[in-house]
Design a binder for this molecule. Structure first.
Ligand code: 13P
Length: 251
């Protein structure tokens, strides 16, 4: 199983900025990325084609969208379909990022529809889950993980290939705060995720990658990816700079 080192650029970068960062990153990792690593860049819609052209032909480097809408086409003003994303070179899409859940009001059910629809239409899906600080303080981490995985993976086609489903555990309180979860907290949460996956997909659970996200930096990445059940990282702030993300990708 390849470790997945994923950048999430959120709502940052014009096309020119995106191109410069992607080129800088590729120059820095060119010929150095271990064969058991995969790099993914999730970029804003307007920069996808530009970033895709930089990644084209680079081994184990793929393009991701940050979201999708679960319909083929239609009267959905402002939304983008899996087919449109594939048309600009996307292999992956994120679903259920905590910013979309909290700011855009996405429900567990909608996130589940996005995951299932993306997979059925040929995308690999990165399902983001994670508890808020209030939920953690209330002792509800496992309950939240259970609920978000149950709904997020509902209706996933039974014959999916295990590398096309990725879970990103991102505790909301660690996102953009500089407060990375402790090693014990990460191992415990990823253990819950693995157990739940074993219940949902008994035959594939061990081949599904579980990423950690939340204040991952060049200085803490190597320790994090060495932990049990951590199969990669999903990085926000520290992925916006080519040098910083290259250190993470090669950590
Ligand atoms: P930060 O790395 O900035 O904490 O963001 C994490 C994240 O939201 C990635 O999806």
């Amino acid at each position: 199983m390849k470790k997945l080192m994923a950048a999430n650029w959120k709502m940052y970068k014009t096309r020119a900025e995106a191109k410069a960062t992607a080129e800088d990153l590729m120059n820095r990792i060119d010929g150095k990325l271990p064969t058991d690593r995969e790099v993914v860049i999730a970029a804003p819609y307007t920069a996808l084609e530009t970033v895709g052209s930089v990644l084209a032909g680079k081994q184990n480097c793929s393009l991701s969208a940050e979201n999708l809408y679960p319909a083929e086409e239609g009267a959905y003003t402002g939304e983008i379909s899996p087919r449109m994303l594939q048309d600009v070179g996307c292999v992956y899409a994120l679903a259920g990022h905590s910013e979309r859940r909290s700011i855009m009001g996405e429900t567990d059910e909608l996130v589940g529809e996005k995951v299932a629809f993306g997979l059925k239409n040929g995308l690999s899906m990165i399902l983001c889950i994670g508890e808020t600080i209030e939920e953690r303080k209330a002792g509800e981490v496992q309950k939240v993980i259970d609920r978000q995985l149950e709904a997020g993976l509902k209706n996933v086609p039974a014959d999916f290939a295990s590398e096309t489903v990725v879970i990103a555990y991102e505790p909301v309180w660690a996102i953009g705060t500089g407060e990375v979860a402790g090693e014990g907290e990460i191992v415990e949460a990823h253990g819950f995720v693995r157990k739940k996956l074993e219940k949902i997909f008994p035959e594939k659970a061990n081949e599904i990658r579980i990423l950690y996200g939340g204040s991952v930096k060049p200085g803490n990445c190597a320790q994090i990816i060495a932990l049990d059940n951590v199969d990669g990282v999903l990085v926000g702030g520290a992925s916006l700079d080519g040098e910083s993300f290259s250190q993470i990708a090669l950590a």
